[in-house]
Design a protein around this ligand. Sequence first.
Ligand code: GDP
Length: 196
Amino acid sequence: MSRFSQVRFLVSAASAAQFPADVGAEVGFVGRSNAGKSSAINAIAQRHGLARTSKTPGRTQLLNFFELAPERRLVDLPGYGYADVTAAQRRAWVPLIEALRARESLRGLFVIVDARRGVGEGDEELLEWAGPARRIHVLLSKCDKLGRGEASAAVRAAEAALAGRSSVQLFSALRGTGVAEARDTLADWLGIRDRK
Ligand code: GDP
C-alpha cells in the first residue's frame, strides 16, 4: 500500500507569495534536465504523470508543490542549480530559491543524478546551497543501464565525491530498483509513519 495516502498537486509557484503555508515538512527534488527526476517523482509517489508539469515549456522557473500527506510536501525544482539554465532563468530563480531555503518546513533535498554521469562539479553548488543544515540524498538514476559491477563502482565514486555530505543509493524508475528505499527515506524525513 502507498506510504503517501493523499498525493495531489498543490501549486506551481512563480513567486514566494504563491508558496503553500510554511507548516509541516517538505523535501525538494532537483536534478539536471533529463536526469530522470520526473520519472523518480512519479515512481516514488506512485502516481504516473504527476510530475509532468515541469516539462511544459516556459514553466521551468516554477516550483511545483505536491502534497503527499496532510502538511507533508514534495517540491519539484525544475532545472535548478545547473549550467544548462540560462542566465535570465537563473536571475528569475534566485529569489524563489532563497525563499524556499528560508522555509522552516524544508527538511532536505533529493538530488537525481544519472548513474552513468555520476556526481560532478556541477552538483557542488547544490550541495552548498542545501548544506550543512539540510539533508541531501542522491539517487543514482537509470541504474538499469549499468551492469552490476558498474553500478557498484558508481556508488563508490559518488560516495567519494560526496565525502559524507549526502547519503546515496541506486535507483531505476524503469525497473523499480531502489524505489522502496527512496520512499522510506522520504517518509522518514517527512515524518510519515508506516501504516500498520
Ligand atoms: P527529467 O528531465 O529529469 O524529469 O527526466 P525524465 O524523468 O523525464 O526522464 C528523462 C529520460 O530518461 C526519459 O526518456 C525517460 O524515459 C528516461 N528515464 C527516466 N528514468 C529512467 C530509468 O529508470 N531507466 C531508464 N533506462 N530510462 C529512464
